[in-house]
Design a protein. Structure first.
Length: 535
DNA sequence: CTGGGGAAGGGGCCC
DNA sequence: CGGGCCCCTTCCCCA
């Protein structure tokens, strides 16, 4: 018995020793890894700081030079003062490495009054670019509701963030627009490009969703749903559209919306029913159309990529709509219906057209490259503008058309004459610019047609019309075999297979047939082994 | 199987 | 007559 006790005691001691040794070993490993990790983090942070600093210097330098030039030309002395305050950091070496005009407004440089627009001119080229100065300080400093979501590792020059912003007293981001199309119409363009951003930051600098995550640091903040409740904001926002200084690609003109159908809450619709800019007619009498001459197409001025705003050859793309694809889900549907009506007061619209007409040609580079290299950006150009369509075509007619066709990524194959309007994102071809514009909404996320009875939005008017049957309960398609009724013709057609026994979907690997494609799809898992299919 | 929505093509109307 | 614009239809996907 005593031996047994001793034995157990020894065992316990050995176990304890082993445990201690294991713990010590683990701690050592953790410490080592932690030290390495800390070192890496420190190095990364240092690099980030250096890059950020460099970016600031370069951006400010460029901005200042351009602004001074512009000011000289246009006598905007106030802007000079503004920029002079940042003179201390405007000089830098190197060149812009990123593709963005957006630059960080250094902390403490609030001397840049937010209501002081800065016009930045580029020495050459003709582009209209919107540079947004972003507070580098804590996003919270920008005021409540502002989500800059800046991260420490965001110093990459190519990872800039464009904030679609309104103004907030004292801290609203400064929108700097570069108007480089001055050769054609310097004065008028200046007036357009220098845009004062005003409004409520809360309403403007708010992501559509708080959960949106962009894997890239390029980020666009846009108006949230609360915009809807603030009709006064309509027309008060000028959306900045940063551009890539180094980009030499022409920003393609994607035909935008001829008509913009504004979302409006039912209450708002009632209250502002006479607002021609906010509704459009449908068979349900819920909407009225808004002509883009009012500039509604400018609503989509959020941008993730500066390229989207670069207008190299006289094509002025003031507004950019961005749909982040891939790793960056489009969770921030632009509340396009409430943006930039100020901008839309015809003038900008017409000017835009002028700019288009100024130099519609001269396209030597395709934005495809930029699009490929970066996240897609769409520019909401004038809707269905013939120039847009031509430009649309021209862009791809230049260097990338052959590539696009070679890639076979779109509908460019076959009769390219029939489908000569190509999507800048996927190269798909369309027979007319309107089709291309509609398709482009797939990439831009533009949904101009809003249901007045719910918050649903649609990229196509027909889809909205169809959707509204959900509210009306209308089911115009009735089955002749039974009492079933359907709101969609396709549903009726599909349903009738129940009666006909038609099974149009056949498995390519066996003899089984299905009446619904979904069933076939599930069945295919039997062959792929992904998941058993039970019938 | 149904409901709802996304996307694209077809075709008519107008200028 | 051609292009732009718009509506409708259709197919498809997903829940």
């Amino acid at each position: 018995m005593a031996n047994c006790m001793i034995f157990h005691t020894q065992i316990a001691s050995i176990m304890e020793i082993l445990a201690n040794a294991a713990v010590a070993e683990i701690c050592k490993l953790v410490d080592d890894d932690y030290a390495v990790f800390r070192l890496e983090i420190t190095q990364s942070q240092k690099e980030n700081r250096g890059l950020r600093r460099k970016l600031q210097l370069l951006e400010l330098k460029v901005a200042r030079e351009r602004a001074e030039r512009t000011i000289r030309e246009r006598g905007l002395a106030s802007s000079v003062k503004i920029l002079d305050r940042c003179r201390g950091i405007t000089r830098g070496e190197g060149h812009l490495t990123g593709g963005h005009r957006s630059f960080v407004k250094p902390t403490g440089h609030n001397a840049w009054r937010d209501d002081q627009p800065i016009t930045v001119d580029e020495g050459s080229g003709t582009s209209t670019q919107h540079v947004i100065v972003i507070e580098s300080a804590d996003a919270e400093a920008a005021g409540p509701g502002v989500k800059l979501e800046r991260s420490e590792g965001e110093a990459d020059p190519q990872h800039s963030r464009n904030i679609h912003t309104g103004a907030v007293a004292g801290v609203e981001p400064l929108v700097v627009m570069e108007d480089l199309a001055t050769a054609a119409a310097p004065q008028t363009r200046t007036g357009r490009s220098i845009t004062e951003v005003s409004g409520t930051l809360n309403a403007v600098l708010k992501s559509e969703t708080d959960t949106e995550t962009l894997t890239v640091t390029q980020r666009l903040l846009h108006t949230g749903s609360d915009n809807r409740s603030d009709p006064k904001r309509l027309g008060q926002e000028r959306l900045g559209c940063p551009t890539a200084p180094g980009s030499e690609y022409l920003l393609y003109g994607i035909p935008s919306l001829r008509k913009v159908h504004s979302y409006r809450d039912p209450d708002d619709a009632l209250e502002t029913g006479n607002d021609l800019s906010s509704s459009y007619p449908t068979e349900t009498g819920l909407e009225r159309q808004t002509d883009l001459s009012r500039g509604d197409w400018n609503r989509y001025s959020s941008s993730v990529h500066s390229e989207g705003c670069l207008d190299k050859q006289g094509v002025v793309i003031d507004e950019v709509t961005v749909k982040v694809e891939g790793d960056a889900p489009l969770t921030w549907n632009v509340d396009e219906t409430h943006l930039g009506e100020q901008y839309s007061q015809g003038r900008y619209f017409l000017d835009y057209r002028e700019s288009l007409e100024t130099n519609p040609n001269d396209v030597t580079h395709s934005p495809l490259e930029a699009v490929r290299n970066r996240n897609p950006v769409s520019t909401s150009m004038r809707p269905s503008d013939s120039h847009s369509g031509v430009l649309f075509d021209q862009v791809l007619n230049s260097n990338d058309r052959a590539r696009a066709q070679a890639q076979g990524g779109g509908a460019t194959s076959g009769n390219s004459k029939e489908k000569r309007f190509l999507c800048m994102f996927c190269n798909k071809g369309f027979s007319c610019p309107q089709k291309a514009e509609i398709h482009n909404r797939v990439h831009t996320g533009v949904k101009s047609f809003s249901c007045t009875q719910c918050h649903m939005r649609f990229s196509q008017s027909g889809n909205l019309k169809r959707h509204q049957r959900v509210h009306t309960g209308e089911k115009p398609f009735s089955c002749t075999q039974c009492q079933m009724r359907f709101a969609q013709a396709g549903h009726l057609k599909r349903h009738q297979r129940v009666h006909t026994g038609e099974k149009p979907y056949s498995c390519p690997q066996c003899e089984k047939r299905f009446s619904h494609q979904h069933h076939l799809k599930m069945h295919l898992n039997v062959h792929t082994g992904e998941r058993p299919f039970r019938e």
